[in-house]
Design a protein around this ligand. Structure first.
Ligand code: SF4
Ligand code: SF4
Length: 98
């Protein structure tokens, strides 16, 4: 009962704001590469991706920027903003001394 009241209080506080802030680190689809295979849709733990006209579309409000979709896509058609696959590759290369 106490936990339910606390959760309800948090939701009311959240919904009473005029604006909601969200991290800008969200996934972005390169539509020219997306084949609509739905692998990212199935992989997203936040149900933030759906197909629209055969292409993956990210709901930026639901996306938590976890990167699961990017790691799943075989076409490299989806990246997390500011954390692209090439940036990760470059970071690993730098750590490995390459
Ligand atoms: S996994 Fe890649 S190619 Fe498949 S729907 Fe998602 S973004 Fe498109
Ligand atoms: S970054 Fe994570 S939360 Fe966002 S769309 Fe991809 S899998 Fe879903």
């Amino acid at each position: 009962m106490t936990q339910a009241s606390a959760a309800a209080g948090k939701v009311i506080a959240l919904l009473s704001k005029d604006e909601l802030a969200h991290s800008p680190t969200v996934a972005k689809v390169k539509y020219s590469l997306c084949t609509g295979c739905e692998m990212c849709v199935d992989a997203c733990p936040y149900e933030a991706i759906r197909l629209v006209d055969g292409k993956a579309v990210v709901n930026e409000v639901l996306c938590e920027g976890c990167g699961t979709c990017s790691g799943t896509c075989l076409r490299a058609a989806i990246d997390v903003k500011n954390v692209t696959q090439m940036q990760i590759h470059d970071m690993i290369s730098a750590v490995m001394g390459g």
